[in-house]
Write a protein of this length. Structure first.
Length: 372
């Protein structure tokens, strides 16, 4: 999650980094003008060079922030800019006649800007500030620009500003972390809800006994498949299957056995269909519907024949059947060409008549009709 946070932090910090670059450039300009009265006149041109360099650095940093690689090296580039800004604020003191009253002003200004404005993470800001404080103290002491009393006073001011600025910088990063965690938790909750929604939708479309799609799903999908076949110029094969003498079976063997038989027949039908686009639904007690697209006449008749044969091959005993000693099915089959596609209700009605024709002709068979 830390890597995700860092990526998010960089994206969220881009706008702040650009604003910080502009603000720090202006802060530097105001600061240099503020301390210019302690700079010897012969170094005035150098001060303007420093101003130009600092502003060019800010512009370069802003330009780089629009590059894709900037996000990958955000911490490195931002730390480099923070250090560059700090040294820029300190540089006028090198040319000052006396910096006793200003060197800690520089540090306070640099510390506050780096922690709060620039946008580096807390640990990097702290490292930059510590290094700048050390450099400033070493240079100031080596040039004899500060007394012991001023060092103590200045260090107290620096320490106080560091603490407050560090707290500000830490709270900014902490706020980002909390916001990220909240967003992450919210996204997980949303994803979980979406998953549960899909699971509930799937369950609402499935028959709890056989695992096939139910009548509700069939009523939704059948018109769509008819329309899809017509639009793409494909044939549509529609079948209605009914288990022969199933009421007799339930009366003789009981409902638990009847449920087991329904499940076995459902699996047999589903296993006979090979393509993932083929659809089988349980639309009534012992009635099933099959939808298959892009099937020719020979393939349709072969599939219907296999469905009838595979169910009988299960060899589920059915002594109360009047056509076989095993459970069998009767099937009505319609093959509709795209050009003859009518309303799905009409196709269903034709196929239902074919189913009853198969029953009237002796059951354990299929009756086939084609509209070309």
């Amino acid at each position: 999650m830390e890597q995700q946070f860092l990526a998010s932090y960089v994206l969220d910090s881009l706008w702040r980094a650009r604003i910080a670059a502009i603000a720090s450039g202006l802060v530097f300009l105001v600061y240099v003008l503020f301390v210019s009265n302690v700079v010897h006149p012969e170094h005035t041109s150098m001060i303007w060079v420093l101003i130009i360099i600092e502003l060019l650095g800010s512009c370069l940093y802003i330009a780089l922030s629009f590059q894709h690689l900037f996000q990958r090296y955000f911490d490195h580039l931002t730390v480099a800019y923070a250090f560059f800004f700090g040294l820029g604020c300190f540089s006028p003191m090198i040319f000052a006649d006396s910096s006793a009253g200003y060197y800690y002003v520089y540090l306070t200004l640099a510390i506050s800007t780096i922690f709060v404005l620039v946008g580096t993470r807390f640990i990097y800001s702290l490292a930059v500030v510590v290094n700048l404080i050390i450099i400033a103290l070493v240079v100031a002491v080596s040039r004899g620009q500060v007394t012991e009393y001023i060092i103590v006073t200045a260090n107290f001011i620096i320490l106080t500003s560091t603490v407050f600025a560090a707290i500000g910088g830490y709270l900014i990063e902490l706020g980002y972390r909390r916001t990220f965690v909240d967003k992450h938790a919210l996204q997980i909750a949303i994803d979980d809800l979406e998953l549960r929604k899909e699971e509930l939708k799937e369950l609402s479309n499935k028959d709890s006994l056989t695992g096939l799609y139910n009548r509700r799903f069939f009523n939704d999908v059948f018109p769509l498949r008819c329309e899809t076949s017509k639009r793409h110029g494909r044939t549509l094969m529609f079948m209605l299957l009914d288990i022969d003498f199933f009421k007799n079976y339930n009366d003789l063997y009981g409902h638990p056995a009847g449920d087991a038989t329904l499940t076995a027949v459902a699996h047999s039908i589903k296993d006979t269909l090979k393509r993932t686009s083929d659809n089988v639904s349980r639309i009534g007690g012992e009635e099933f519907a099959v939808i298959v697209e892009a099937m020719d006449r020979q393939g349709a008749e072969e599939m219907a024949s296999r469905l009838v044969a595979n169910v009988q091959a299960l060899k589920i005993e059915h002594t109360s059947s009047m056509v076989s000693e095993y459970v069998t099915v009767s099937v009505g089959v319609s093959l509709v060409a795209a050009g003859k596609m009518t309303q799905c209700d009409h196709i269903y009605e034709i196929t239902d008549k074919l189913l009853y024709q198969a029953k009237s002709e002796g059951r354990n068979r299929y009756c086939f009709a084609v509209s070309e």
